[in-house]
Design a protein around this ligand. Structure first.
Ligand SMILES: Nc1ncnc2c1ncn2[C@@H]1O[C@H](COP(=O)(O)OP(=O)(O)O)[C@@H](O)[C@H]1O
Ligand SMILES: [Mg+2]
Length: 351
């Protein structure tokens, strides 16, 4: 069991800072995901935690012990990368047994542990095959088994499912999550796939240009992003810019063209100043056009299986995306509809 503490963790290459003063606490047994665009420093941060890269500044502790200058092999960490990095000439069994043989465990103990790891990722029947005789998903399960068979307390994964197609990816995601919980592994996963981050993690860290933008549960980051970057990066963001006005008991947002839309009350003394209001597609209600409210014309209705996604344009030229749990599309291209939401379903983006 192990938590991970990062204090001012920084990595510079020459004059470029790629990981910039990161403070982060990964709780014992937590599944934390580092999410960010390509080049934001995710892999570098993970290799710093693994000890594969020297820090330029800051320190890292695991289970209360400082490990900043401890070599990777002495950190008791399991690693999984996008490229499976299996030994091609070895059988699946020998691949998984490898971390145990180099640690000099007795053969009977190796057999017991490999058997256990195989059952966990459902690989038992493939033991005698070579990696090339397995599908991508199966190879990645071998990599997972090999990364955990020696009983690490921390598991670090860098885009481990990036090479898999969607269906396989979802299967391995479930397996990974079950294994992580069953073994109580403190896990840090790196991905640029926001759907994967939202579905797998206890908490996520959104990274941009080497800096932490937000640390939050997936729901909180999605509905209450800390800034405009997080709002845009996590899913589809309808953003309305305007000035909050108090009208009797309610607050409304006055848009540039004078129209008023539902808006939660500004938290601090920010009333009267321009703000960005976020409304996620699932929170938008479409109905008959109302005199007072926002109206938009339907550009497209996309059937998604469990819901329909409507793409609309309002007269000011703003694109609006709404997603409703409709079994068939209620509106078609060219329909003019009323666009509305609960004031409390909107989020005023800080900053
Ligand atoms: N060894 C290195 N030398 C110089 N620059 C590097 C090195 N490794 C990574 N970088 C740079 O650091 C930045 C972050 O890279 P990386 O951590 O791989 O991002 P991500 O995994 O989020 O795509 C990139 O601009 C990359 O070019
Ligand atoms: Mg990377």
């Amino acid at each position: 069991m192990s938590d991970i503490e990062l204090r001012g963790v920084t990595k510079r290459y020459g004059a470029t800072t790629v990981v910039d003063g990161i403070d982060l606490h990964v709780q014992d047994g937590e599944f934390l995901t580092i999410l960010g665009p390509s080049g934001s420093g995710k892999t570098t941060l993970l290799t710093l935690i693994a000890g594969l890269t020297e820090l330029s500044d800051g320190r890292i502790s695991m289970a209360g012990r400082e490990v900043t200058h401890v070599p990777p092999a002495a950190r008791n960490i399991g690693l999984v990368f996008q490229s499976y990095a299996l030994f091609p000439h070895m059988t699946v069994y020998d691949n998984v047994a490898f971390p145990l043989s180099i640690r000099g465990l007795p053969a009977a103990e190796i057999e017991r542990r490999v058997g256990e790891a195989f059952r966990m990722v459902r690989l038992t029947e493939f033991a005698t095959r070579k990696p090339a005789q397995l599908s991508g998903g199966q190879q990645q399960r071998v990599a997972l088994a090999r990364a955990t068979v020696f009983g690490p307390s921390i598991l670090l994964l860098d885009e481990p499912l990036g090479a898999l197609d969607r269906k396989l990816r979802e299967e391995v995601q479930i397996e990974l999550r079950q294994m992580q919980k069953a073994l109580g592994l403190t896990s840090v996963l790196v991905t640029h796939d926001q759907e994967e981050a939202l579905s797998l993690s206890d908490r996520l860290v959104v990274l941009d240009k080497g800096k932490v933008q937000q640390v939050a549960t997936p729901t909180d980051a999605y509905l209450h992003p800390a800034n405009r970057f997080v709002a845009d990066f996590l899913g589809v963001a309808n953003i309305f810019t305007g000035t909050p006005e108090r009208l009797g008991d309610a607050v409304r947002l006055r848009l540039a063209d004078g129209r008023l839309v539902p808006c939660p009350a500004p938290v601090d003394g920010s009333a009267g100043r321009p703000v960005d209001l976020l409304v996620r597609p699932e929170r938008i209600r479409l109905g008959a056009p109302q005199e007072a409210g926002l109206q938009a014309s339907v550009v497209d209705a996309i059937y998604l299986g469990q819901s329909v996604r409507y793409v609309l344009d309002d007269p000011a030229g703003q694109r609006i995306v709404a997603q409703s749990a409709d079994r068939i599309a209620r509106f078609r291209h060219g329909d003019v509809v009323g666009v509305d939401w609960e004031a409390s379903d909107g989020w005023l983006i800080p900053g």
